[in-house]
Design a protein around this ligand. Sequence first.
Ligand SMILES: Cc1cc2nc3c(=O)[nH]c(=O)nc-3n(C[C@H](O)[C@H](O)[C@H](O)COP(=O)(O)OP(=O)(O)OC[C@H]3O[C@@H](n4cnc5c(N)ncnc54)[C@H](O)[C@@H]3O)c2cc1C
Length: 332
Amino acid sequence: MRAHGRITPSVTGRHSRTSPVTAARSVVGRLGPRPDGTVPFSIEFNPPRDAAGEDRLWRAAREFECMHPAFASVTYGAGGSTRDRTVRLTGRLAQETTLLTVAHLTAVDHSIAELRSIVGAYADAGIHNLLVLRGDPPGDPLGEWHRHPEGVEYAEELVRLVRGLGNFHVGVASFPRGHHRSPDLDYDTRHLIAKLRAGAEYSITQMFFEADDYLRLRDRVAAADPVEGAKPIIPELMPITSLRTVQRAEELSGRPLPAALRERLERAAGNDPEGNRAAVRAVGIEIATELGQRLIAEGAPCLHFITLNFAKATGEVLANLGYTVRPAAVGA
Ligand SMILES: Cc1cc2nc3c(=O)[nH]c(=O)nc-3n(C[C@H](O)[C@H](O)[C@H](O)COP(=O)(O)OP(=O)(O)OC[C@H]3O[C@@H](n4cnc5c(N)ncnc54)[C@H](O)[C@@H]3O)c2cc1C
């Protein structure tokens, strides 16, 4: 790990000594059609809070390995000890599985020296793909943002920092309906393009419920800058598996669930949501399948699934979309 200067992947990592950074080890290098012609898919994990959660994550990781996702990303949260655990866990996924691991990195409460050091820790673990984000104020995502006195203000600066540290493949966040701090969509598009021009190779969207929102984002970026607009915009999906996950989905998308989708789930729940859990879940899987079908038909380069560290729901959606899925993945 180093505090300054470029981190040379060829000398920092166990993996990097044996496997040079090639296109096949980058997210964009994994976005061509799969051998069976299907569109690539990818998965997102969250750092678990306890040993049981860690077991669950590893079980999911092993199931997903058999389905050959293009990559697996691991989110980055607030708080010192959580962060140390995240860096360790993400490193282990890179070293102990065949998954191309993408580490999320946020600027929250970090000085530039700390950010350099975390990037160095990732490089040491053989991770050269980073999803670079500003992050939200801890505790209240909508609260006032305070830059660390020796940190960065926007994700764009963090993209430049990471790119300046070595041969890293960088992705950024994009927002189909605009980021909640953007006063309008033109502003939002301009700053997304600035992140791409700073060296990001692709973006992953905030999760959304309606395919048209994704298509409009893609059109906006392409119209504003055809060069940057040609970079992949990877849509993020989350299968809803219960009325409780609706709330999580709304938090992650920053929007209420569209009324028509809510009605479908509520109809399945009837007046006995507990007793009708399986029916609610089936509708949630159906909704994610329909979204996936439309995104594939519209040429999305990859489908990125928020998994909440479970393989089953994502496996079911993939099976519905025609992917070959091991029976254990959908029956576990
Ligand atoms: C796919 C995905 C994964 C995520 N993973 C995580 C995670 O692991 N951990 C986590 O804490 N959060 C995560 N987030 C949430 C993310 O950190 C927040 O949405 C955050 O508020 C925005 O981050 P950003 O990188 O888009 O910020 P920025 O790109 O910095 O944008 C923030 C706001 O500032 C504006 N802006 C940008 N640059 C400028 C500029 N130069 N001048 C003026 N305005 C500007 C933008 O338009 C936007 O309104 C994720 C989001 C997505 C979509």
